[in-house]
Design a protein around this ligand. Structure first.
Ligand code: G6Q
Length: 538
C-alpha cells in the first residue's frame, strides 16, 4: 500500500537472507548472559519484553529495524488509526472499509486519532454506563422484582473468542454474585448444559452478532428465547443485543437494550467494542471496563513509536517475521504462565490466523513469501506435562512466546517445600525459556537437548484489567504490523465466509434427504455431490 516496500522487495530483505545463513548461536559458551538479556529488552504499558533468547544479534536487529522503516510499518499503523481504508484489495471486490478497532479505546484524549469513530465509541460507552448503573441501582429487575445475577453471551467467532478470553482473564476481578456463561457452538448439547446450570429468571441473555445473520447465533438465540418462554418469562425483558446498526438483529423492540458496533471494527478485533464490553461490564463493573480500555489505549500509543525499545508490538512482529520468513519456522506457540489466560491462545489463534492466513497481496497478486504461522498454545505449567517434549526435542522447531506475571491475581498462596505456588510458576517460566535456548549436553543422545530453540518473554507485574487491555492491544498491533509487512489484507476473512455459505447450502440439501436414510455417514457420502458443485472452480 502507498509507496512502501513489502517483505520480499525491501532492500533489507537481502541483508536478512544473508544473516539468516548463520543465526545467533544461543548455545555458544556465555552467549546468553545477564548482559544480553538486559540489552535485548523493550517495554510499554506495564509490559517488559525480553528477547535475548531469540536467535538474533545486533546486526539482525538493525536489519529488521530497516525493514520496518522501508515497509512503513509505523506509518501504516498511524494511518490505520486515523481512518485510512486499509481493509481492501486493490482492483478487486473487497470489504473496502476503514479499520478502527483502536478508536474503541481512544476515548481518553481530547484529540483522538479519528474523532468521529471515538465519538461513536463514547456514545456506546455512555449507554453501557447507564445500563450498568440501572442494574446496580435496582432500576432493572426481573419479572419478580429480583436483580439479574447472570449473563449468558450468545455469539461465535469474533463475537465469542476475544470477549471470553478477556472475561476469563479477569474473572478474579469480578463483582461478587455475578455469573457469566458463553454459548457459541451450535452444538445443542452445549446450550443445554449452560441453560441447565443457570436460573433463567435472573439471567440476561446478551446476543452478539455484528452481521446479525450468523446461523449459529440466530439458532442459539431462538433456543434460549424458547427456553425463556417455556419458563413463563418474557424474552424482551431478558435479551440484550450487540450488533451492527441496520443489521437484521437491529430491532430494539425485541431487546431490553441494544448496543452497536460499527462496520470498521472487525469481529476478531472487537473485544474492546461493545462486543466484549457489555459482558465484561456486567462481570466487573464500569470502572474496570475503563481501566481495560486505558491499558489498550496506552499500548496503541506505544505502537506508534519508531524506537523499537518502546514499541514491543512492532518488535514482536519483526521477531516473528525473522522466525517465519528467514529461519523458516511455520508454527508459533503462545504459552501463558497464568491459568486465567487459558482462553487467550485460542483468541490469538483466531486473531492471527484469520488475519494473516492469506495468499494474495493487497494488490490481488499471489504472495511471494510465507505469511502467518500456525498459532496455538496452552497455559504453563500444564503444557510442560504434555507437549513440551516436542518443543525441547522434536524435529520441528517451534518459536515460543511466553507470558508471565510476578504477582498472582487473588494473592492467596501457600508456602510448600520452601516456596509459594506463584514462585514455582514463575521459576518454571524462566527456566523453560532458558532451557529451550541453551539446551543441555549429555552422553546419552536420548537425554541430550540441542537448544537454539527461540523464545521470548512478556512480563508484567499482575494480570489486571489494565494489563489485560495492554496485552490484547499488543497482540492486535503485532498481527497488523506483520500483515503490513507481508502486504496482505489482515482485515477480511473470505475463508470464514466460505464456511457460512457452504453450511447453508449443505443444510438445505440435507433437509431434502429422506429422514433415517442410513445415518450420518450415508448423509456425508450423498452430500459430497453438493460440495463438489458448490466449490467448483468453473
Ligand atoms: C471475525 C470473523 C468471524 C465472526 C463470526 C461471527 O473476524 O469475521 O469470526 O466474528 O463469524 O460473526 P457475527 O458477529 O457477524 O455473528
Amino acid at each position: 500500500m502507498g509507496n512502501h516496500y513489502s517483505l520480499g522487495t525491501a532492500p533489507a530483505h537481502e541483508d536478512l537472507l544473508r544473516l539468516a545463513r548463520a543465526p545467533f548461536d544461543l548455545t555458544a559458551d556465555g552467549a546468553v548472559d545477564g548482559d544480553r538479556l538486559q540489552r535485548f529488552r523493550a517495554s510499554a504499558a506495564g509490559f517488559e519484553l525480553f528477547y535475548g533468547t531469540e536467535r538474533l544479534g545486533e546486526e539482525v536487529l538493525a536489519a529488521l529495524a530497516s525493514l520496518a522503516d522501508q515497509c512503513g510499518l509505523v506509518d501504516q499503523f498511524r494511518a490505520m488509526r486515523r481512518g485510512a481504508v486499509m481493509n481492501r484489495i486493490e482492483g478487486y471486490g473487497s470489504e473496502n472499509r476503514q479499520v478502527l478497532h483502536t478508536a474503541c479505546r481512544d476515548v481518553f484524549s481530547d484529540t483522538p486519532a479519528e474523532p468521529a469513530a471515538s465519538a461513536g465509541a463514547v456514545v456506546e460507552l455512555e449507554k453501557l454506563h447507564d445500563f450498568l448503573a440501572d442494574l446496580e441501582a435496582g432500576r432493572l429487575l426481573n419479572e419478580q422484582g429480583l436483580p439479574f445475577d447472570t449473563m449468558i453471551q450468545v455469539g461465535i467467532g469474533g463475537s465469542d473468542l476475544g470477549p471470553r478470553a478477556v472475561f476469563e482473564a479477569l474473572r478474579a476481578h469480578g463483582l461478587p454474585n455475578r455469573k457469566v456463561c458463553f454459548v457459541a457452538n451450535v452444538d445443542p448439547d452445549h446450550a443445554a448444559a449452560v441453560l441447565s446450570s443457570v436460573d433463567l429468571s435472573t439471567s440476561l441473555i446478551n446476543v452478539v452478532s455484528k452481521s446479525g445473520t450468523t446461523l449459529e447465533t440466530a439458532t442459539n438465540e431462538a433456543l434460549v428465547r424458547a427456553a425463556l418462554e417455556r419458563s413463563g418469562l418474557d424474552p424482551s425483558r431478558h435479551c440484550l443485543c450487540v450488533t451492527g446498526a441496520g443489521s437484521p438483529m437491529d430491532n430494539p423492540d425485541r431487546y431490553l437494550r441494544s448496543f452497536y458496533m460499527t462496520e470498521s471494527v472487525g469481529g476478531r478485533y472487537s473485544a474492546t467494542s461493545m462486543v466484549g464490553l457489555v459482558t465484561l461490564g456486567f462481570a466487573l463493573g464500569y470502572r474496570q471496563v475503563l481501566e481495560f480500555l486505558r491499558g489498550a489505549s496506552e499500548m496503541d500509543q506505544s505502537a506508534e513509536e519508531t524506537d523499537l525499545r518502546v514499541n514491543p508490538a512492532l518488535l514482536m512482529a519483526l521477531i516473528g517475521i525473522w522466525n517465519r520468513n528467514y529461519l523458516g519456522h511455520s508454527s508459533l506457540a503462545i504459552l501463558p504462565y497464568s491459568q486465567a489466560l487459558h482462553r487467550f491462545p485460542a483468541h490469538l489463534q483466531q486473531c492471527d490466523m484469520e488475519s494473516n492466513g492469506k495468499s494474495v497481496t493487497r494488490n490481488g497478486l499471489p504472495v511471494a513469501v510465507s505469511t502467518g504461522p500456525v498459532v496455538w498454545g496452552e497455559p504453563g505449567t500444564n503444557g510442560q506435562h504434555a507437549f513440551y517434549q516436542l518443543l525441547h526435542q522434536g524435529t520441528e522447531i517451534v518459536p515460543v512466546e511466553f507470558i508471565g506475571f510476578r504477582r498472582s491475581q487473588y494473592g492467596t498462596d501457600l508456602e510448600y517445600q520452601g516456596s509459594s505456588s506463584q514462585d514455582k510458576l514463575v521459576a518454571n517460566l524462566l527456566a523453560q525459556s532458558l532451557a529451550l535456548a541453551l539446551g543441555r549436553a549429555s552422553e546419552n543422545p536420548n537425554k541430550a537437548f540441542t537448544g537454539n530453540r527461540p523464545s521470548l518473554l512478556l512480563l508484567a507485574e499482575r494480570l489486571d484489567p489494565r494489563t489485560m487491555g495492554a496485552l490484547l492491544a499488543l497482540y492486535e498491533a503485532k498481527i497488523v504490523f506483520q500483515g503490513f509487512c507481508w502486504n496482505i489484507n489482515s482485515f477480511d476473512q473470505e475463508g470464514v465466509q466460505l464456511g457460512k455459505v457452504l453450511a447453508t447450502e449443505i443444510l438445505t440439501s440435507m433437509q431434502g434427504l429422506q429422514a433415517g436414510s442410513g445415518g450420518i455417514g450415508e448423509e456425508y457420502v450423498v452430500l459430497a455431490g453438493v460440495g463438489q458443485r458448490n466449490t467448483s472452480r468453473k
